[in-house]
Ligand binder design. Structure first.
Ligand SMILES: Nc1ncnc2c1ncn2[C@@H]1O[C@H](COP(=O)(O)OP(=O)(O)OP(=O)(O)O)[C@@H](O)[C@H]1O
Ligand SMILES: [Mg+2]
Length: 315
């Protein structure tokens, strides 16, 4: 979700710049063609197959937008974390030269955005999980640039709010075991609960939502992002069934819950044995391979089998 309430870890004033995304930039991001930025202002046109100028494909250039983005990056200290209206290209970090989402120029942002399924989903199917009756609302896309901060994954937590009550807190990087989280979970839980009551409760537009926070080395809590309360948001160490029904979220003292009525359930990875691979590993493979191997997309599987059969028939 696009943030407008990022307090920033550094405490400086300028933490985030939001720029409207021009239509031709949106088209370029969705285009499968060239990536290098050089040449014209319009979206890329493909050279005719087999024609002489096949090698002269020029990637588009967006001088005005590039200048605005570069100015924003400079005003944010030279490095930014990029997002669209909802998502960051977290699944594409591995393709960047620095294996990170840290961007210093528009070309870094384009590389990540064009490689990311999360960004493509924002651009093509933003309301796929919505149930209200506005099927095709007009939407203005925005490029969100946040000042880059070196965040420690073990200090991030995801908080689930239902009917304006904080019901659950999960370690955000659940794939790793962090000794300090296990040891300090009561204090972490209490300080996040205080932060919620002071800054967030009854101030958000919806009564069900998810927010992410960061606890710095001095124990201060910072807001990172808001997310929808539902399947589109990763429930981490909870399940959506538990969060929506409230089942397992009451009277479970083993999870750091006390008998206090408004105390959220806190979940963290409790031992090194339960450490898991990164959830983004599958994005390193072309999506078609992943869909075929997991059987996720039946149509792709059928196409693939037809292809194999026609190849066999040709021999
Ligand atoms: N300003 C920043 N500088 C560096 N890293 C950041 C910054 N903001 C966020 N991150 C990192 O990127 C991760 C994802 O950020 P964010 O939650 O805003 O993206 P998202 O696409 O909404 O993710 P999700 O769908 O999981 O909510 C955060 O967990 C944090 O580790
Ligand atoms: Mg988010």
């Amino acid at each position: 979700m696009c943030i407008t309430f990022w307090e920033g870890v550094t405490g400086e004033k300028e933490k985030c710049v939001i720029l409207p995304l021009p239509e031709n930039v949106k088209e370029y991001l969705l285009d499968d063609g060239t990536l290098v930025v050089s040449g014209r202002e319009d979206p890329p046109s493909h050279a005719q197959e087999g024609s002489d100028d096949a090698e002269e494909i020029q990637a588009p250039e967006f001088p005005e937008f590039t200048a605005k983005v570069q100015e924003a990056i400079s005003s944010l200290g030279g490095s930014v974390f990029p997002k669209l209206n909802w998502s960051a290209p977290r699944d594409a970090y591995w393709i960047a030269m620095n294996s990170s989402l840290k961007c210093k120029a528009l070309s870094d942002i384009f590389l990540l955005f064009k490689s990311s399924d999360f960004i493509t989903r924002d651009l093509t199917q933003p309301f796929i999980h919505c149930t209200d009756d506005s099927p095709d609302p007009s939407l203005d896309y925005e490029l969100v640039l946040r000042k880059w901060c070196e965040l420690i994954p073990g200090a991030e937590f995801r908080c689930f709010v239902k009917e304006n009550k904080l019901i659950g807190i999960s370690q955000r990087d659940y794939t790793q075991y962090y000794d300090h989280i296990s040891k300090q979970h009561e204090e972490i839980c209490r300080s996040i609960q205080e932060f919620f009551k002071k800054h967030i409760q009854y101030k958000f537009l919806d009564e069900d939502f998810v927010f992410d926070v960061y606890r710095d080395s001095r124990g201060r809590t910072w807001l990172i992002d808001f997310n929808p309360f539902g399947e589109v948001t990763d429930s981490l160490l909870f399940t959506w069934e538990e969060l929506t029904s409230g089942k397992n979220l009451k009277g479970d003292h083993d999870e750091g819950e006390t008998t206090e009525q408004d105390c959220p359930v806190f979940r963290c990875t409790n031992s090194k044995v339960t450490v898991q691979p990164s959830p983004y590993l599958s994005y390193r493979l072309p999506k078609d391979f992943v869909d075929l191997s997991t059987g996720e997309d039946v149509h792709k599987l059928i196409d693939f089998l037809k292809l194999v059969r026609s190849n066999e028939n040709n021999f």
